[in-house]
Design a protein. Structure first.
Length: 417
């Protein structure tokens, strides 16, 4: 995304406004559709500091449009309730004080109905702005409006991963919704092979066409040693073999921090796996809890809800390793490479760092990505929870290495041609 748009002719601008208005309506409606199966009680709960209540996501995504687009660019706009910025600002130091993240679940007020009215108020403000903004105001705000849509899509994935964690804390293990339509089912082909990735001088990063976050830029050259990359994801069956082989009891397979996490957290399987004999869902075999409730472990489905530590230990056990993010992106166009998108995010062995020459966007949105570039690890691809139209081969997702509540899995790589 360029935040310094070049002037264009009026007809093109009209098309752009109509297209953004349609996209805005679609994205906003999809967020509400994701929340629709949930009760008001479901939508207020916060199960851990990393996760947020659905109601907070509904409000925060609206706050983003209000604070970044309307307050800054729409002179006639009146905030729904100016005090709410304190509640629904996530991490923008430049946009004022914030309620502590671990205490978002304590915000029983405003209630869900009020938050829905807030969304409608912001929707009306954006729609009016699109229809009436001067050319100068539109030039300044259109890229931020587009950013707000991609921001809301990121939160759509979090709505699902956060409610999955919250519902998993209930001993009855309720389903988010009973019959999950595609694409929220994992499936991959069990046949596997290795593909030679492009080596030598390779360009990675966003190429300038269409939207991208600032962290995907600038496109730049890297040097890759010869490597091979698995043509598919690691499956639950393969990960079950790792467990069966004592993977969680073998310190030599683990990074030091990972082994410490295994000990401290008592990890014996990926998050949401249910061991045989677990009283919450009695069965004689492994089961997996997901958005559609408890199901028998599907050995052909991609392993998911892994920390980086578990992914790396599995790679060690399998005589392979995780790809770097540059290897992953360089290989993304290879014929025969399957399940790049739409199944699970794939941990890489790359720290989340700025690309050479990286500059954050100007203004408040400069806080969007750049200030998080330490202590986190890049994941590539996209997941079953990623909304349609939000995936790119240059996309850099990132989480701390112990994170397990996302749809995170792995594909293997190995050295040599
Ligand atoms: Fe956000």
């Amino acid at each position: 995304m360029s935040l310094n748009p070049s002037p264009a002719r009026g007809a093109q601008r009209d098309d752009e406004r109509a297209a953004l208005a349609r996209h805005f309506a679609e994205v906003r409606a999809h967020t509400l559709a994701l929340a629709a199966p949930l009760s008001a009680e479901d939508q207020c709960v916060q199960s851990m500091a990393d996760a947020s209540p659905t109601k907070w996501h509904l409000a925060h995504t609206s706050w983003f449009f209000e604070a970044v687009v309307l307050a800054a660019h729409a002179p006639g706009y009146r905030a729904f309730d100016s005090r709410w910025s304190h509640l629904f600002n996530s991490y923008y130091e430049s946009l004022g004080p914030r309620h502590p993240r671990p205490q978002r679940g304590l915000l029983t007020r405003p209630g869900l109905a009020e938050v829905h009215r807030y969304r409608a108020h912001v929707d009306a403000g954006i729609e009016e702005f699109i229809a009436t903004a001067t050319e100068a105001a539109w030039c300044g705000a259109a890229p931020l409006l587009e950013l707000g849509l991609h921001h809301e899509q990121q939160h759509q994935e979090l709505v699902l991963t956060d409610i999955l964690h919250a519902l998993s804390c209930n001993p009855l293990l309720p389903a988010y919704r009973a019959a999950e339509p595609q694409p929220l089912r994992l499936a991959t082909s069990p046949r596997s092979g290795w593909l030679a990735g492009p080596d030598g001088a390779v360009d990675i990063g966003h190429d300038g066409e269409g939207f991208a976050f600032d962290n995907e830029t600038p496109r730049h050259r890297v040097w890759l040693q010869p490597y091979r990359i698995a043509d598919r994801l690691v499956t639950c069956g393969e990960f079950a073999d790792f467990i069966e082989d004592g993977g969680y009891r073998t310190a030599s397979l683990w990074l030091s921090d990972g082994w410490a996490a295994v000990q401290a957290q008592g990890w014996q399987a990926p998050a949401y796996w249910i061991a045989p004999g677990d009283p919450r869902a009695p069965a004689g075999h492994w089961q997996v809890y997901g958005l559609d409730g408890v199901r028998p472990l599907d050995r052909a489905a991609p392993a998911s809800h892994l920390s980086l530590y578990e992914a790396a230990a599995y790679g060690e056990w399998a005589g392979a390793r995780l790809p770097t993010e540059a290897e992953w992106e360089a290989a993304a166009g290879l014929p025969g490479l399957r399940d790049l998108h739409g199944q699970v995010w794939q941990w890489t062995r790359s720290s989340y760092d700025p690309y050479p020459g990286y500059r954050p966007w100007a203004g408040s949105v400069g806080e969007y990505n750049g200030k998080f570039m330490v202590g986190q690890v890049v994941l590539r691809g996209s997941s079953v929870a990623t909304p349609a139209g939000h995936a790119r081969s240059s996309y850099r997702n990132f989480f701390p290495p112990a994170t397990r509540w996302q749809f995170s899995g792995l594909r293997l790589a190995r050295d040599g041609a």
